[in-house]
Structure formats: structure tokens, C-alpha cells
Design a protein around this ligand. Structure first.
Ligand code: T5A
Ligand code: NA
Length: 214
């Protein structure tokens, strides 16, 4: 049986370097001659994505649960695309995924279980890499502080929820992929090397069916 493409998610705090690292990872795949596609959540190009974009830029207000469901719906509208790509052997790299959804909404005081529910059944990543950086270090990087959630106290709470998710994924002994923390305070090239070392074993495809969250 031929292998399917690997499903790789890069998560992290704001300004931890997710977009930088997902772009570098895509370039690695291309240089290795392996088909790969980069997706980003929120995908601000869809109708739902445009509502999310205006919320994040604070040009519109929405109930905390309503925006949470829109972020989830924005993932569900891409599920068939993800499944089709993986089925033909293309690697899918995601810049944020369901874990961001839980981390940000739970940080506003909504229960963890409620936050997780709408994402149940989404494709589960084969590997999730969490770019960890202190809010202090993130603050020194370009563009920080322009959007709604980019405040130090919020980022600290978000980090705590991400660590809880990581422990559940790694500690549960379940088959829902691997979660690895990476120190994203290091230089870009160093982080890139660590990311590739973890991704390379899966890069040319994985055996077995795509798993589901959670
Ligand atoms: N959200 C998201 C939810 O609430 N629910 C959800 O379900 C989802 C999916 C938007 C917001 O939406 C929330 C979370 C967010 O608050 P976004 O569009 O991903 O999410 O946010 P962005 O603003 O695009 O991305 P970030 O701010 O998180 O930045 P990145 O992608 O982590 O960082 P990046 O690569 O753009 O780098 C930032 C700066 O740092 C430099 C870069 O050159 C750049 O200037 N840099 C480094 N500098 C030094 N050393 C390094 N190693 C560096 N790496 C990058
Ligand atoms: Na980004």
C-alpha cells in the first residue's frame, strides 16, 4: 500500500516564529523534491475567515463562544482539502490548528471541554511542534501588539493551556500523534534545524490511516 502524506502542525505563542518556520519547512520539502502544501489558520480568505479577520483587528465585536465556533468552522471548511492532499501523498503543513483555538478561548475563561468539542473529529496531526517563547522575548520581535490577543498577560495564560494540551497528547498514551516543545527563542536557523530533524523521518510519507482529534 502506498503511503499517505504527513500532516504536520506548527503551533506556538504569538510572534514565536510560526510563519517563519512553516515557510522554511515548506522550502525544505521543495528542496527535497517532496510535494507539500502550506495552510494557515485562520484562513482569512474565506467568508468565515473575513469575519475572523475583522474580529482580530477589532473592527467588529463578537460573543466569545461565537468567535470560537467561527475559528472551528474555518478549520472544518478546509478538511476535505487536507484529506485530499494527504491521500495523494502531499505533505500538509499547518501554521496553527485546533490547539490555538482551545488555548485562546480557554484563556478567556471558557471551559477547556467546551472549547475542545467543536474540533472533535478533525484530522489529527502526525506531529505537532510547539514553538515556545517567553512573552518578554516575543515582545521584542517585529509587529507585536497590533492585534487583539497580543497582550502579555493573555499570552501567559495561552501558554499554560498549550502546555496542558501538550501533556495530554504526549502523556495519554493515545495514538493521536506526537507533540514536541521547541525553544523558539533561539536563532531562526537553529530552530529550523531542530524542526527539520523532527519532520524528516515522516517527510516521505506515513503508513496507516489519518487519525482524528481527540
Ligand atoms: N486564534 C487562532 C484563535 O483565537 N483561535 C484559533 O482557532 C486560531 C487558529 C491570529 C490570532 O488568532 C488567534 C491566535 C492569534 O492571536 P495568526 O494570524 O497566526 O493568528 O497570527 P500572526 O499575527 O500571523 O502570527 P504571529 O503573531 O503568531 O507570529 P508568528 O507567525 O509566530 O511569527 P513570525 O514568523 O511572523 O515572526 C514574527 C517576527 O519575529 C521574527 C520574524 O522575522 C518576524 O519579524 N522572528 C525571529 N526573530 C528572532 N529570532 C527568531 N528565531 C525569529 N523567528 C521569527
Ligand atoms: Na503568523
Amino acid at each position: 500500500m502506498s503511503k499517505r502524506g504527513p500532516f504536520i502542525v506548527i503551533e506556538g505563542l504569538d510572534r514565536s516564529g510560526k510563519s517563519t518556520q512553516t515557510a522554511l519547512l515548506l522550502a525544505r520539502f521543495e528542496a527535497s523534491g517532496i510535494p507539500a502544501k502550506l495552510l494557515k489558520f485562520p484562513d482569512r480568505t474565506t467568508a468565515i475567515g473575513q469575519m475572523i479577520d475583522s474580529y482580530l483587528k477589532s473592527t467588529s465585536e463578537l460573543d466569545d463562544r461565537a468567535i470560537h465556533l467561527l475559528f472551528s468552522a474555518n478549520r472544518w471548511e478546509l478538511v476535505s482539502t487536507i484529506e485530499q492532499l494527504l491521500a495523494v501523498g502531499t505533505a500538509v503543513i499547518c501554521d496553527r490548528y485546533a490547539f490555538s483555538g482551545i488555548a485562546f478561548s480557554a484563556s478567556k475563561g471558557i471551559s477547556y471541554e467546551w472549547c475542545r468539542a467543536p474540533d472533535v473529529g478533525l484530522p489529527a496531526p502526525d506531529l505537532s511542534l510547539f514553538l515556545d517563547i517567553s512573552p518578554e522575548a516575543a515582545k521584542t520581535r517585529g509587529g507585536y501588539g497590533e492585534e487583539r490577543y497580543e497582550k502579555e498577560e493573555m499570552q501567559r495564560r495561552v501558554g499554560e493551556v498549550f502546555r496542558r494540551i501538550g501533556k495530554e497528547i504526549d502523556g495519554g498514551g493515545r495514538e493521536d500523534g506526537r507533540w514536541v516543545n521547541i525553544d523558539a527563542g533561539k536563532e531562526k536557523e537553529v530552530v529550523e534545524g531542530e524542526v527539520w530533524a523532527l519532520v524528516e523521518p515522516l517527510a516521505r510519507g506515513v503508513e496507516g490511516p489519518l487519525r482524528r482529534l481527540w
